[in-house]
Design a protein around this ligand. Structure first.
Ligand code: PLP
Length: 479
């Protein structure tokens, strides 16, 4: 069994082993009843002492994930959620380098009537009719688009439109500085696979976007989560941490952050950039929500202040146009960008031309007016959700209402067992994102993320009322 260990990291080796196995168990990859390797054999495989493995197993047992019996070995006790796959005995043992992404992938929400877990926008609010019409016209009028690969960096016309779009946000670059990716997720992945390797230190906000955590974990990075306050990432704390462990990369989602909804202040943005300059490192500014403000636009992007190419700016159009089109752009300079283009070509030889061309006219001509309407609709939704929270949320449940974005970050009373609540919600056809997945794994979060824009308004209201009633019962029963 392969486990990527960071020998001189902040986390002890037993904890790293415990977490790696814990993820495999929670994700269902190691199923109930499976026998873990013996202490001795795992110690040999991982080139650690037997004491280290014993400590890891003791911690897994303490967490209730395995059960160890003298003379027989240690057996997985959890992963009830996951059904077994027949005949995959060999593949279960086949080593992988995605220690965390399994957790995310294995939440199966397909049957859920009230999907609050996904940070997305209901189809009725998206311009998919327009984009679909454009797509149909392209297929019939320009079928040759499907007969070519196109440019690895992205369609030139779309890049130019993206350049203009970014310019309106103060980012002054040429279209040669823009690359089209298959969603922001691919942008994050390309940066990570290009610049982050095992043991490199990556700083993130605590909590952070779970998809980014998965990517950095998959690279074997040492992730350090920096606390936030109402102005965003605590750059004073980050500075102290960087003195001990210089950053290879800082990942931030500064506007209407996923999941907390917090927006980083201008002062913090400036200080973060100064810090990156002094440590000669990259900032990944992941900015999918900046157009989705309710009252005031967020402060200028960090990229707009960046004169030395420290910021890789990633702008997704999934949250505002059509996630199914998988369109995002990455803005960067010099050899940072050229290495990212090399990674993009190695990854997929370029994003599909058809979808790039399908979104192009909308972004260039209609986006501005549409974004204004979308903001109004989302604000109405958020206010409806907030009203229900005020009316029905049990005492001890707190939520700072966001000024933009798509979700609510609810704090439940200390000691609440979020996974138990998650299972209960699922039985009632409701899903939410448990806060734990927004951290590195060792924290026991009492937060949950609920997205108010993913369903029709009526479903959102019905589902939220149902959930809040469920939550009240759940907390009462715990008292
Ligand atoms: C902060 C953040 N970054 C990136 C992504 C991924 O977006 P995309 O659909 O563009 O890959 C998400 C999706 O939820 C997100 O919340």
């Amino acid at each position: 069994m392969h486990i990527e260990l960071i020998r001189n990291g902040r986390k002890s080796l037993p904890l790293q082993i415990c977490e790696a196995l814990g993820y495999r168990i929670s994700s269902g990859l190691l199923e109930r009843g499976v026998r873990l390797p013996s202490v001795r054999s795992l110690a040999v495989t991982l080139k650690v002492s037997q004491v280290t493995v014993s400590k890891a197993y003791a911690e897994l047992e303490r967490r209730g994930l395995i059960n160890c019996e003298q003379g027989l070995g240690c057996f997985v006790t959890e992963s009830e959620e996951k059904k077994g796959h027949e005949g995959d005995g060999w593949s279960r043992q086949y080593s992988d380098y995605l220690p965390r992404a399994q957790l995310w992938r294995n939440f199966d929400y397909s049957e859920v009537a009230y999907p609050f877990h996904l940070a997305a926008i209901h189809a009725d609010l998206l311009p998919i009719g327009h984009i679909g019409g454009q797509m149909a016209a392209l297929v019939t009028e320009q079928p040759e688009l499907m007969a070519t690969y196109g440019n690895f960096q992205g369609d030139l016309e779309l890049r130019d439109i993206m350049r203009a779009h970014l310019q309106e946000r103060g980012i002054r670059l040429s279209s040669s500085n823009v690359m089209i990716t298959s969603g922001a997720q691919q942008g994050i992945d390309l940066v990570a696979r290009t610049f982050v390797g095992p043991g490199d230190t990556v700083y993130l906000e605590a909590p952070s976007y779970t998809g980014a955590i998965d990517v950095f974990a998959g690279r074997g990075a040492e992730m350090i989560f920096v606390p936030m306050d109402e102005e965003g990432m605590r750059v004073d704390i980050l500075t102290k941490l960087c003195d001990q462990r210089p950053p290879k990369l800082i990942y931030t989602n500064p506007s209407f952050q996923n999941p907390s909804g917090i927006t980083m202040s201008m002062a913090r943005r400036q200080r973060l950039l100064e810090l990156a300059r002094s440590y000669r490192c990259l900032i990944v500014e992941d900015d999918p929500f900046s157009d989705l403000y309710f009252r005031m636009p967020p402060p200028p992007s960090i990229k707009s202040m960046d004169s030395e190419g420290h910021v890789v700016y990633i702008k997704s159009f999934s949250k505002v146009l059509a996630p199914g089109c998988r369109i995002a752009c990455v803005a960067a300079e010099g050899n940072i960008l050229s290495r990212l283009i090399a990674a993009k070509s190695a990854s997929d030889l370029g994003s599909p031309l058809l979808t790039q061309r399908a979104v192009l006219p909308f972004i260039s001509k209609k986006y501005k007016a549409y974004a204004g309407q979308l903001r109004t609709s989302l604000r109405n939704r958020m206010e409806k959700a907030a009203k229900l929270l005020k009316q029905y949320a049990p005492s001890g449940v707190n939520c700072v209402l966001p000024e933009g974005g798509l979700s609510l970050w609810l704090e439940l009373p200390a000691g609440s067992d979020i996974m138990e609540l998650h299972a209960l919600a699922k039985q009632n056809s409701i899903s939410f994102l448990p806060g734990d997945v927004c951290y590195s794994g060792e924290e026991q979060s009492t937060h949950i993320r609920l997205c108010y824009s993913q369903m029709s308004e009526a479903d959102m209201e019905q589902g939220l009322m149902l959930f809040l009633r469920l939550l009240s019962g759940f907390l009462e029963q715990k008292d």
